[in-house]
Design a protein around this ligand. Structure first.
Ligand SMILES: [Zn+2]
Length: 90
């Protein structure tokens, strides 16, 4: 996909960028996510997700499973923090 098209989708709220600064990876929002535009959806790419300690990844995904992705998870900020702290922008 062309860069310009990705940028258009990001601006239209159809696509999100990885939370790690300068990471070029993006993800298309699912239909469920797009149905809730009031939520500021955030995403960490697979590469940077691996920087997060497994204990937090597990806590986060268990919380999501239990309460639903739209309700946010108290572990998300910590996961993002670690993804950024230990991530290099490649
Ligand atoms: Zn990333």
């Amino acid at each position: 996909m062309k860069r310009a098209e990705k940028q258009r989708q990001i601006e239209a709220g159809e696509r999100v960028r990885c939370m790690v600064p300068f990471c070029q990876r993006t993800s298309k929002l699912s239909d469920d996510e797009r149905a809730r535009p009031e939520i500021e959806w955030q995403w960490v790419c697979g590469k940077h997700w691996r920087n997060v300690r497994p204990i937090y990844r597990r806590a986060h995904s268990q919380h999501r499973k239990k309460y639903g992705a739209a309700n946010g998870s108290p572990f998300w900020r910590k996961c993002v923090e670690q993804a950024i702290a230990r991530g290099c922008a490649t």
